[in-house]
Design a protein. Sequence first.
Length: 69
Amino acid sequence: MKEITINVKGMVCGGCERRVVNALSEIEGIEEVVANHTNGTVIIKTEKEIEKNIIKEKIEDIGFEVPNT
């Protein structure tokens, strides 16, 4: 399983984490998502290759920022 770590700006609570997890879980091929607002990261586990810009767009569509992917 491949693991991708993405930095996300703007998550301030558990609700923000849930929004990110729910949005990214909709992407085909993503097996697991763990968001952490304290350190501003999202860890994604997947069995197949997923382009980071697809992940970035999904996160930005719900109002968060992904700096320098």
